[in-house]
Design a protein around this ligand. Structure first.
Ligand code: SF4
Ligand code: SF4
Length: 222
């Protein structure tokens, strides 16, 4: 999932300061799971902003609406009437959702209420970890399902740096050494021979470093 966290109330107050009628639009998919922008977070933020603005003596109308996914026009469309009633939209989706809204409603300012952070997994309740950098050329088959591109601080592809201590990364002792995890996993899988495979330097052109990417699935186009 895409993981993000809600911006602080003070930053959001600054962002919405020019507007008297604002729609807070949530997204019911990734940001809901990481407690940044689902229906509940929209309601809590709306109440907090109403109180904060009242305290500041500012008149503001705040409307709430949540769609299932802000990155798809089909769902965004459901929010069109609410958007038309307001001067601006504060989106609690990821950056893709914010931009999808801005593309759909070109005459309405669309403002970000979330800092989009990474692609990750829910490790345990309330803890999210970054697991994929979306490099566009996945090599997890060699690494026993653990990504050194994302989880090794030095992005090493051919074994550990030698600096880890007690299974922790020398760059950040709070983090498990990705290569220790890879080796342990390969041992469990009986695939230790993978360590002999030379992995050539990565071609970053398939990643964001090659510019914004686009995927076309002609078999799904109508
Ligand atoms: S190799 Fe690339 S696509 Fe695969 S998990 Fe790592 S960053 Fe993501
Ligand atoms: S200690 Fe492990 S995770 Fe950290 S940089 Fe070295 S190999 Fe990578």
């Amino acid at each position: 999932m895409i993981v993000g966290e809600q911006k602080s109330i003070s930053e959001i107050k600054t962002i919405i300061a020019p507007y008297k009628k604002i729609l807070i639009m949530g997204c019911g998919t990734c940001v809901k799971t990481c407690f940044a922008g689902g229906e509940d977070e929209v309601a809590v933020l709306a109440s907090a902003l109403r109180l904060a603005c009242k305290k500041d003596g500012k008149d503001i109308d705040i409307e709430e609406f949540t769609v299932e996914r802000q990155c798809e026009d089909e769902f965004i469309q459901e929010g069109a009437p609410a958007v038309s009633r307001n001067e601006g939209v504060l989106s609690l989706a990821c950056g893709a959702g914010v931009q999808a809204l801005a593309r759909r409603f070109v005459k309405t300012p669309v403002l970000p209420g979330v800092n989009t952070t990474f692609i990750g997994v829910l490790e345990k309740q309330g803890v999210f970890t970054e697991e994929c950098a979306g490099c566009g050329d996945c090599k997890l088959a060699i690494f026993g399902g653990i990504c050194p591109v994302t989880r090794c601080a030095k992005k090493l592809l051919n074994g550990p740096c030698g600096g880890s201590q007690n299974g922790k990364c020398e760059v950040n002792p709070e983090t498990d050494c990705a290569w220790q995890m890879i080796i342990e996993r390969l041992r469990i899988l009986g695939q230790m021979e993978n360590l002999r495979v030379y992995v050539p330097p990565k071609n970053w052109q398939t990643s964001l470093s090659g510019g914004p990417r686009k995927m076309v699935r002609e078999d799904h186009m109508i």
